[in-house]
Design a protein around this ligand. Structure first.
Ligand code: GDP
Ligand code: IMO
Ligand code: MG
Length: 422
């Protein structure tokens, strides 16, 4: 039997590229959809048949009955938020119990991790990361410190383990002089979430995935965040705390590099970033406001304004290299309708020095642009490539030439149906 493959679908910029939408479109092609990194900091939007869902911890393959969905060992999970998310799907008619497995090795986000997230942010003063406040950094730090709790821990002596870790967190918070918090209600829901999670298959998902691959089944690894938010390759320290890249797929699911098949790199036809940190293409003018307005660039998790700018080829080239991207997916092209000129950042400049490779210190660089003609047509109504205006075709060709990677899927609207596969 031919061994199955793990294809990766990765955000390759600052997140919110439209991963949820494309995973949902791709799911019919796969047997398994698996999240390998991140947790409720993610917000993946899926729109079909007039319905809209925003998924945080649950993979975006759950709308296709009969497909197995996995929350892998590289993820972190908050039981209370997971319960709320799963119940919302249950109420909409999607019972997940038969189609969702959770790794026993995934780490638990405690209510006190969320307090620590706030405390560490407060302590950073002007240098705040602008986290989602979901306890992501403290939970991954704890994982690396070898003091965390994992999903499998809820199966034995859990109250004692929980009390010991909570006490440790309370001590840190006292030392930080951060004592003005009340988690009693949150903790009640969290414990209810622990009981709720017990109704799911809590399993050795790395063994399960490898067994399925051996049976010739194919897996889609759903990325969270994006390469520029990766703990190693992002704009450190303004990053999230997990491995969001192809390397993260291997460690976050427990699969060997030889299992990796296609690596889909997903990006928007322009750029956005939510939270603090360097963003050389950021526009502070009406054009930035216009991109935000038309693209509805407000965070799916926190509702914050997303910072907007033109497409950044320095970041894209870097992410394609780090991940070994084999195919590109360009989203939200319709948002660029009606601009007379479209710009693409081809290099960064600082103090007379020009670079085309991602610099170590991404602070203080200015974008160098190349201008391209825009188009006036409405892309969102188009259903095939033949209908595309010449300027849009030229924009696609320009990006493919600059990035040396084919763009094989184009998204022209938020709906599942507004997807053009070339
Ligand atoms: P994710 O985190 O990568 O899954 O992306 P988000 O869901 O956070 O953000 C993507 C946003 O863009 C969502 O509101 C989607 O509904 C929307 N979206 C996705 N693709 C398109 C597109 O091609 N055009 C437009 N206009 N919106 C899109
Ligand atoms: P999806 O999967 C966009 C950003 C936060 C912050 C930084 C660290 O929807 O693309 P964290 O809470 O992870 O410690 O925050 O990372 N961030 C995201 N930005 N999309 C995401 O996920 C993000 N997840 C985290 O805004 O700047
Ligand atoms: Mg998102």
């Amino acid at each position: 039997m031919k061994q199955g493959k793990v294809d990766a679908l990765l955000g390759i910029v600052f997140g919110d590229e439209g991963k949820g939408k494309v995973v949902d479109v791709f799911t019919p092609r796969y047997d398994v959809v698996a999240r390998f990194a991140g947790g409720p900091n993610a917000g993946h939007t899926i729109i079909f048949d007039g319905k809209k869902f925003v998924l945080r911890s649950i993979p975006s393959g759950v709308f296709d009955e009969g497909k197995l969905n996995i929350i892998g060992n590289g993820c972190v999970i908050a039981p209370d938020l997971f319960m709320a998310e799963a119940r919302e799907l249950e109420n909409a008619g999607y019972d997940l119990r038969s189609r969702l497995h959770i790794s026993k090795r995934a780490h638990l986000i405690l209510p006190t991790h969320r307090v620590l997230d706030r405390a560490y942010e407060a302590a950073k003063g002007k240098n705040k990361v602008g986290t989602t406040g979901k306890g992501i950094g403290p939970t991954y730090s704890e994982k690396a410190s070898r003091t965390g709790l994992r999903v499998g821990d809820i199966l034995s002596d859990f109250p004692q383990k929980y009390a010991a870790l909570k006490a440790r967190h309370e001590k840190i918070l006292r030392d930080l002089d951060f004592t003005d918090y009340d988690i009693s209600e949150e903790e009640r829901l969290w414990m209810e979430g622990i009981d709720y999670m017990r109704q799911f298959s809590l399993s050795d998902t790395e063994i399960e995935i490898n067994r399925l691959l051996a049976e010739g089944k194919n897996v889609l690894a759903e990325g969270a965040q994006g390469t520029m938010l990766d703990i190693d390759h992002g704009t450190y320290p303004f990053v999230s705390s997990s491995s969001t890249t192809t390397g993260g797929v291997c460690t976050g699911l427990g699969v060997g590099p030889g299992s990796i098949g296609e690596v889909y790199g997903i990006f928007k036809a322009y750029s956005t970033r939510v939270g603090a940190g360097p963003f050389p293409v950021e526009l502070f003018d009406e054009t930035g406001d216009r991109l935000r307005e038309i693209g509805h660039e407000y965070g799916a998790v926190t509702g914050r304004n997303r910072r907007c700018g033109w497409v950044d080829l320095v970041a894209l080239r870097y992410a394609i290299m780090i991940n070994g991207v084999t195919q590109l997916i360009m989203m939200k092209s319709d948002v660029l309708d009606g601009f007379s000129t479209i710009r693409a950042c081809v290099a960064y400049e600082k103090d007379g020095c020009r670079v085309t490779d991602m610099p170590f210190d991404t602070e203080g660089w200015q974008a160098v642009y190349q201008d391209l003609p825009g188009w006036q047509e409405d892309l969102s109504a188009m259903t095939s490539e033949e209908q595309f205006p010449a300027s849009f075709k030229a924009y696609i060709k320009f990006l493919e030439d600059e990035l040396h990677t084919p763009i094989t899927i184009l998204s022209v609207g938020p709906d599942r149906a507004q997807t053009i596969i070339r």
